[in-house]
Design a protein around this ligand. Sequence first.
Ligand code: GAR
Length: 208
Amino acid sequence: MNRIAVLVSGFGSNLQAIIDAVEGGRLPDVELALVVSNRRDAYGIKRAVRHGIPVIYFPLAPYTRSGGTREEYDADLAGIVESFDVTWVVMAGWMHVWSDAFLSRFPSRVINLHPALPGEFPGTDAIQRAYRAFQRGEIDRTGVMVHQVPDEAVDAGPVVVKEVVPIRSDDSLEELEERIHRIEHRLLVGAIHQLLCEERESAAGSSL
Ligand code: GAR
């Protein structure tokens, strides 16, 4: 069984997509071991509770207030995640950049979802920034990607899956956001499925 931790900071619609896929049998051999939120008011917390998934609220502020470092926060959270026997970490709207203190504990097993194409609009509000670039006539498409998180670079790393999303001339920002979110939900579940299949195949190959 693959035990997955999903990290959220907000609405959690992508967490919900994973929950639905697990409950609907579209991610066989996956167990949602843990949901972590760094924001108390994240709606994703409610989604986890509703589905009986262990959930931890773990904010950075107490560390920074008491002179602690981001590395200490990352290392402590890595310890908590490990204690749930987690094999994969999925950042689904998690707005915190990991230091090596976290990443070194889950090598090649942290993935991130970002609502833009590789190298474009890293950070927050990527859809809004893409839409503004579209209005200025600079782009006519944006996208969605899921990538591995090897280091502290923001929204960058080896791409697992990506999809181009054309921007229509009559798109409102809300319409574009809605379309992107629908694509994200499919792409993120597909990326998890793909990674687990690849891992199974390489394990089968190495045991021949
Ligand atoms: C998603 O659009 C995700 O791609 C984005 O946060 C949103 C979370 O939505 N992540 C980033 O921008 C990472 N830089 P959700 O809480 O409804 O899943």
